[in-house]
Ligand binder design. Structure first.
Ligand code: FUB
Length: 450
């Protein structure tokens, strides 16, 4: 178990890559995050989960392993029941048509899934409390889904049971009357009433296509919440061409019909390779938040838990929010250190990558690239910027799309030094952009604005 204090994005220390994040306030009043655990260079997830918890959105605990893929008895067992998810090797004409329309990355990502089939990887989970126990629902690369149980929200979870369905991305929801519902699916969504034991359901009761790609832009990553008398189905949304958005559809009934309502957040631009999103919404101490992930290191993996506050409007709609660096915390104050890895957006080839000394930094910078930080705030005028960097280059400082100044860095690759310069911007809250006009192996570790 490890504890950390932070409110800004990314929330967890850089060695923890927790994507596919379901946030649930459990009966002890703490928020628990259930997600996958990215730890492999070339594919999503790993063979284990770590649950993350916080009592106050500031102090975070990364708990010990909650479940291991090695615990799952049916994985790689040729005699275990197989339930059809999507048959990628024999796609229907409908799937073929959709695949042809998608980007090359999509195919690449699913080819890796085929290769992953032999590893007992644990993909996106969800968890719920009922009748004194915590039920963790999970899926694996062979399209099997299961549930394990614990007396504690953080696990360890034991006694895994296979569920009679195939696919990925389980979600669990318990309605006000105590009836639980299970949701899952990729490209095609499904839902079913759970039996009272929480570890079984009658497959004859499965309802297909609760939300569809054509009408609701559904891709994968089901998540269900209820606000008032309205059911919110949240999922990875394809409206913008790749599943980087979290979209939502609403209904007055847990199994539909659902009406498409829009996008809550889009993580496109968190990294040049940004490809998917998967998250949830949850009310924590009276404030609604969206929990989502961003990838890093110039690849689809190394995804990180990020959080933004959101507003549920009186008509039930949710305004789309931008990715920020401040996350669940405050804007950066004058004199406060902003790490390069806290960039919430990148344009061009620049990405957040690994470094031994500074852990992570902005690297792979080419002339014309930009890094974005939201937000900085001061009650007095801004007049100075200091940047800790290696390599050399020229940086334009842009505050709310207005030029504020520039800085020349003249150093050697691998040698870190700090350079300061003047900027001119009135007091206030700003989006800070650094545009790299010139770059010769320029890498950015820290920024301080005053
Ligand atoms: O983390 C592996 C897969 O990537 C999940 O199952 C999908 O939702 C996507 O986030």
């Amino acid at each position: 178990m490890r504890e950390y204090i932070n409110q800004r994005n990314p929330i967890l220390p850089l060695k923890y890559h927790v994507p596919d994040v379901e946030g649930h306030v459990m009966p002890d009043g703490k928020l628990y995050i259930y997600g996958s655990f990215d730890a492999l260079e070339d594919r999503f997830c790993s063979e284990k989960y770590h649950v993350v918890s916080t009592p106050d959105m500031k102090c975070w605990t990364v708990h010990d392993t909650a479940l291991s893929g090695r615990q799952i008895p049916w994985f790689n067992d040729p005699d275990a029941p197989k339930y059809q998810g999507i048959d990628w090797l024999h796609p229907t004409p409908f799937i073929q048509k959709m695949v042809q329309g998608y980007a090359a990355e999509w195919k690449e990502s699913y080819e890796k899934e085929q290769e992953s089939e032999k590893l007992p990887l644990l993909w996106a989970p969800d968890c719920i409390y009922k009748n004194g126990k915590y039920y963790l629902y999970f899926c694996m690369p062979d399209d099997s889904e299961g549930v394990a149980v614990s007396e504690h929200p953080e696990g360890p979870f034991i006694n895994p049971v296979q569920l009679p369905c195939g696919g990925i991305d389980p979600a669990i929801f318990v309605d006000d009357d105590g009836q639980a519902y299970y949701y899952w699916g990729q490209l095609f969504s499904h839902g079913v009433k759970m039996n009272d034991d929480m570890v079984s359901f009658n497959a004859e009761n499965i309802v297909d296509n609760l939300v569809t790609e054509e009408e609701h832009f559904f891709h994968e990553g089901s998540s269900m919440r209820k606000i008032g008398d309205t059911y919110y189905y949240i999922y990875a949304d394809m409206e913008r061409g790749k599943p980087t958005s979290l979209g939502y559809s609403t209904s007055k009934s847990p199994l539909g019909s659902f009406t498409y309502r829009g996008i809550i957040i889009d993580n496109d631009g968190c990294d040049p390779a940004s490809w998917n999103n998967h998250g949830s919404i949850e009310n924590v101490n009276g404030q609604w938040y969206v929990f989502y992930h961003r990838c890093s290191r110039g690849c689809q993996q190394y995804r990180r838990l990020c959080i933004e506050p959101i507003t549920i409007n009186p008509d039930g709609s949710i305004d789309e929010v931008k990715m920020t660096s401040q996350g669940a915390g405050e804007p950066f104050a004058p004199g406060e250190k902003i790490y390069g890895y806290q960039a919430c957006g990148v344009i061009g080839s620049v990405y957040i990558g690994a470094d031994e000394l500074y852990e992570e930094k902005l690297m792979n910078i080419s002339a014309g690239d930009t890094a974005v930080f939201r937000y900085v705030q001061s009650e007095t005028a801004w007049n100075k910027i200091s940047i800790t960097a290696s390599g050399s280059g020229k940086i334009l400082v842009i505050m709310n799309d207005q030029y504020a100044g520039s800085l020349k860095i003249e150093g050697q690759p691998g040698t870190v030094h700090t350079v300061s310069g003047g900027i001119q911007t009135p007091a206030g809250k700003y989006e800070l952009k650094l545009t790299f006009e010139e770059s010769d192996k320029l890498e950015i570790m820290e920024i301080v604005l005053k």
